[in-house]
Design a binder for this molecule. Structure first.
Ligand SMILES: Cc1cc2nc3c(=O)[nH]c(=O)nc-3n(C[C@H](O)[C@H](O)[C@H](O)COP(=O)(O)O)c2cc1C
Length: 185
């Protein structure tokens, strides 16, 4: 059974990003038996990296919070699905804090300690122009690649807001579903 870690960087458990991610998971689970570990970063107990450097020599973290479990899940994962809304032209603070806490996956020689995990990124935004933040999105994908989270596909969904939620965006929902289906074929 494939192990898939799903991270949602939105503060909303049932917001736009969650809806898109749910469709992607539906696409995956209909084509293969998969074990999902799904986390909404707003709901887990974790804080920013404290720069103790314990992780430089070994895969360890001195902070005793929910990230320990997520790091264990990540090491075991076959795939990562990482979704975040765009806030102020960037990923959310929660998502950035999560990425900072992935420092243990990088060795002292700046080599990844992960087994090149195939990753899909999902970005949701109000701006209808999908290219509005493309350079930033590419940069964020590059950071994940550097960590050994090999970004194989990216979905950017624009035009999303409280007034125009993901439910209204059938094309994007379908696309997410098919990306999920394709992921493990
Ligand atoms: C604090 C804040 C900042 C935002 N900044 C941007 C932005 O810079 N560009 C943009 O296109 N949308 C921006 N948005 C809109 C969200 O990215 C968009 O509505 C997204 O789909 C919300 O996802 P969620 O429902 O999963 O939280 C912002 C929303 C909030 C609350």
């Amino acid at each position: 059974m494939k192990k898939i870690l799903v991270i949602n960087g939105s503060p909303l458990k049932q917001g736009n990003t969650a809806k898109i991610l749910a469709n992607m998971m539906k696409g995956i689970s209909e084509s293969c038996e998969a074990c999902f570990h799904e986390h909404n970063l707003e709901e887990i107990n974790f804080e920013g990296c404290n720069e103790c450097m314990d992780c430089r020599d070994t895969f360890a973290c001195s902070l005793d919070d929910d990230m320990s479990e997520i790091l264990d899940e990540l090491i075991e994962a076959d795939y990562l699905i990482f979704g975040t809304p765009i806030f102020m032209w960037q990923i959310t603070g929660q998502a950035k804090c999560f990425i900072d806490r992935l420092y243990p996956v990088i060795s002292n020689d700046f080599e990844t300690r992960l087994a090149n995990i195939a990753t899909i990124t999902v970005y949701t935004q109000a701006n209808p122009d999908k290219n509005a933040f493309i350079n930033y999105i590419k940069h964020n994908n590059d950071v994940l690649d550097f960590l050994g989270l090999n970004v194989i596909d990216t979905l950017i969904v624009g035009g999303l807001s409280e007034q125009n939620p993901a439910e209204n965006h059938m094309y994007a929902l379908e696309k997410a579903y098919h990306m999920g289906k394709k992921l493990i074929q």
